[in-house]
Ligand binder design. Structure first.
Ligand SMILES: NC(=O)c1ccc[n+]([C@@H]2O[C@H](COP(=O)([O-])OP(=O)(O)OC[C@H]3O[C@@H](n4cnc5c(N)ncnc54)[C@H](O)[C@@H]3O)[C@@H](O)[C@H]2O)c1
Length: 256
C-alpha cells in the first residue's frame, strides 16, 4: 500500500517506536490516530505534526470499549483505516522463583493483558474497519504491524512474562494473516533488539554505550527511525505477510 493518503492507527504512538512510526507516516503524506495513555505527549505530537494529520485518542488497548471508540473516531475523522501499528507495550523484570517469593501472578497477567491481549484487541477491531475498504489494485484492504521483541526468542533471566507476551505475538502472526487473507489484510510482526527509546532514557550514558556495544553490527542502540523505516517497507511491499522480522543488528541476548 502507498503511504500517501494512508490512514493508520498507531498504539503506543505517543512515545518511542510508535511516535517514530507516526512521524514517518505523516512526513510521507499519511495520517495517523495515536492510541495511547499519555495525554501530554499525544497532544504535543498533534501540535508538532498538525491536527489535520494526527488525532490523539486516549486509549487503553486492553479495553474493548476504548479501542472500539478509538477506531470509530479514527474513521469519523479520516474516513477509513488502512494500517494498524501495534507499539503499546510494557515490560516487567521478575524471576519465576525469587529470593523472597514466587513470581507475582498479577504482574504476569498484566504484561500478557497489555502486550498480547491488547495487541489482539486492536487487530480484531481495526481489521473490521479495514475489511470495509475498497481493495487497491493488488487487492489489499489493509496491513497490520505488531511489535514483538527479540525476547520472544532469547528471553533473559527475569523475562518470563515479557517473553511469553512477545512469543504470543509471534505465534499469532501467521494464523491471523491466514484468517484475514480473504479480506486482503496482511499481518506482519517486527521483533526489535535494543532501540534507543524513552525505555532507556533513564539509563546512564555508560550503560547505554555498554548495551550498544553488545550489538555485532552496527555496535550501537538502534534508532526509533529504523523501526519506522521497516514499518514503511512492510506497508509498501505487498508480498510481506505472516512473518516476523528481527530488527536487531544480529544481537542474540545472553541469559543476563
Ligand atoms: N525499545 C526497545 O528496545 C524495544 C525492544 C523490543 C521491543 N520493544 C517493544 O516496542 C514497543 C514500543 O516500545 P518503546 O520502546 O517505544 O516504549 P515506550 O515506553 O517509549 O512506548 C510505549 C508506549 O505504549 C504506551 N502504553 C503502555 N500501555 C498502554 C496501554 N495499556 N494502552 C495504550 N498505550 C499503552 C505507553 O504510554 C507508551 O507511550 C513495546 O511493545 C516494547 O515492548 C521495544
Amino acid at each position: 500500500m502507498k503511504i500517501k493518503g494512508l490512514v493508520a492507527v498507531v498504539t503506543g504512538g505517543a512515545s518511542g517506536l510508535g511516535e517514530a512510526a507516526v512521524t514517518r507516516l505523516v512526513e510521507n503524506g499519511g495520517r495517523a490516530a495515536i492510541l495511547d495513555l499519555q495525554e501530554e505527549r499525544g497532544a504535543a505530537l498533534v501540535e508538532k505534526l498538525g491536527s489535520d494529520n494526527v488525532l490523539y485518542i486516549k486509549t487503553n488497548v486492553t479495553s474493548e470499549e476504548d479501542v472500539q471508540s478509538a477506531v470509530n473516531q479514527a474513521v469519523e475523522k479520516f474516513g477509513a483505516i488502512h494500517a494498524a501499528i501495534n507499539c503499546a507495550g510494557i515490560g516487567a523484570a521478575e524471576k519465576t522463583l525469587g529470593k523472597e517469593k514466587p513470581h507475582d501472578l498479577g504482574v504476569f497477567t498484566k504484561v500478557i493483558q497489555v502486550n498480547l491481549i491488547g495487541t489482539f484487541n486492536v487487530i480484531r477491531l481495526a481489521a473490521e474497519k479495514m475489511a470495509q475498504n475498497a481493495p487497491n489494485e493488488e487487492g489489499e484492504r489493509g496491513v497490520i504491524i505488531n511489535t514483538a521483541s527479540v525476547a520472544a526468542f532469547d528471553g533473559q533471566i527475569g523475562q518470563a512474562a515479557y517473553s511469553a507476551s512477545k512469543g504470543g505475538i509471534v505465534g499469532m502472526t501467521l494464523p491471523i494473516a491466514r484468517d484475514l487473507s480473504r479480506n486482503g489484510i496482511r499481518v506482519m510482526t517486527i521483533a526489535p533488539g535494543l532501540i534507543d527509546t524513552p525505555l532507556f532514557a533513564g539509563a546512564p550514558e555508560k550503560v547505554r554505550q555498554a548495551l550498544g556495544a553488545m550489538v555485532p553490527f552496527p555496535p550501537r542502540l538502534g534508532y526509533p527511525s529504523e523501526y519506522a523505516m521497516l514499518a514503511q517497507s512492510i506497508i509498501e511491499n505487498p508480498l510481506l505477510n505472516g512473518e516476523t522480522i528481527r530488527l536487531d543488528g544480529a544481537i542474540r541476548m545472553q541469559p543476563k
